[in-house]
Write a new protein. Sequence first.
Length: 53
Amino acid sequence: MSAAAFHPAPSHSHHPHLHRLAEVLHAIKVFVGAAFSVAVLGEYGEDPGVLRK
């Protein structure tokens, strides 16, 4: 049996501003999803997916 180690490929981005833009867009997506869950579905608190009555 052989042991193999997998390492992520080094990121040599020539356009660091594109990476930053992707992070910002991801953050916006997460925020909008959370806002939608609270405003429309009424989900909040420690147990997402459990609706309180």
